[in-house]
Design a protein around this ligand. Structure first.
Ligand code: FES
Ligand code: FE2
Length: 359
């Protein structure tokens, strides 16, 4: 079975990352080049130039095309070859593979599977990144760990007590059970806490120094998305229970089986002009997610070196993470079944791969 789902949108980059130069990024083992055409639209092609397999990302954007940095052949956003130096004749099939791409809410998404299934309505909601009345801070991390370890991590906030002592920890988190609801492919979980010690992040950002009521709402959408709504109030105060203090929007895009591009945003709908609150969220989230990366990378190393191959064990507070893993596994099986008839054709194509071809 393939290690990753294909017929899915994956967060490929932030809009801010993509400047005038093409961006090389491997997603689900697929080397891609992402570039912005002169007219502004984002395009994603395989990074392997169909000529001699040099990386297109080493080239440059020329008008609406990308020009390979090796021999100067150009390709349009749809992969069609538009120019060959010296006007050498080319065959109709000489083109770069192109992938459906969309730029929305400050992020660039790519679809790796069957292009006709790439429905933009399936892209998860990141609208708070750009919605009027909201502001946020953002970050990216490169983590040497499997993306599912990071999904486990975000869906099990028990760890905040032990991993994030100076930012997110607080009493009540580990003691309060996680309520989990599975709704088709979506996992929702919540932990509601009353009259517990405050956490450093609420002290710094919300000036909550005494006991607080605290809530955590988690939502996972396959294959890589987790929306975490967090909040707190002075214990017993009038602020409606569940009002978001901040929302953390996460994408865990696999690079390979053992590496992940992690994109996050921490957004809020209050204190929009308060730069010191934004700095608090940025500094504390950077610190906390670096702590997550450290523990997940160590975990990945020990999983890889474990001669027993014993499976991971799931306890009560892992229920949301376990549900997410089961959904991913089921969808991988469904996708494998749906593509099974194509295997014969792939095998035939593989047999001729490597032979010299004339374009
Ligand atoms: S390898 Fe790209 S133009 Fe030759
Ligand atoms: Fe964490």
């Amino acid at each position: 079975m393939a290690p990753f789902l294909c017929n899915q949108w994956y967060t490929a980059a932030t809009s801010a990352e993509l400047g005038a130069k093409p961006l090389a990024r491997t997603i689900c083992n697929e080397p891609l080049v992402i570039f912005r055409a002169q007219e502004g639209a984002v395009a994603v092609l395989t990074d392997r130039c169909p000529h001699r397999k040099a990386p297109l990302s080493c080239g440059e954007v020329v008008g609406n095309d990308i020009q390979c940095g090796y021999h100067g052949i150009r390709f349009a956003a749809d992969g069609a070859c538009t120019h060959v130096p010296g006007n050498v004749p080319i065959g109709r099939n000489f083109r770069a593979r192109c992938f459906p791409a969309r730029e929305i809410h400050g992020l660039i998404f790519v679809w790796l599977g069957e292009p006709s299934l790439a429905d933009p309505a399936l892209i998860p909601d990141f609208s708070e990144n750009v919605k009027p009345g909201w502001t946020g801070v953002h970050g990216t991390l490169y983590v040497k760990g499997n993306y599912q370890l990071l999904i486990d991590n975000i869906l099990d906030l028990t760890h905040v007590v032990f991993v994030h002592k100076t930012t997110l920890a607080g009493s009540g988190v580990a003691e309060t059970p996680l309520e989990v609801d599975i709704d088709g492919d979506v996992v929702r979980a919540q932990r509601l806490m009353h009259n517990v010690d405050t956490a450093p992040i609420y002290r710094a950002a919300r000036n909550l120094h005494g006991n607080i009521d605290r809530w955590q709402f988690l939502e996972f959408r396959p294959p890589i998305y987790a929306r975490i709504t967090l909040g707190a109030r002075e214990a017993g105060s009038d602020l409606p229970f569940g009002t978001p203090t901040h929302v953390v929007l996460n994408s865990f895009t696999p690079e390979t089986e053992r590496t992940t591009h992690y994109f996050w945003s921490t957004v809020r709908s209050w204190g929009l002009d308060d730069a010191s609150v934004s700095k608090t969220y940025k500094d504390m989230t950077d610190l906390a997610f670096a702590e997550d990366a450290r523990i997940v990378e160590a975990q990945q190393r020990l999983i890889d070196s474990d001669p027993s191959g014993a499976p991971l064990v799931s306890l009560a507070f892992d229920r949301a993470a376990l549900a997410a893993r089961r959904i991913i596994k089921r969808k991988l099986e469904e996708e494998a079944q749906a593509t099974a008839p194509a295997v014969k054709g792939s095998a035939q194509r593989a047999a001729v791969r490597g032979a010299d071809a004339t374009a």
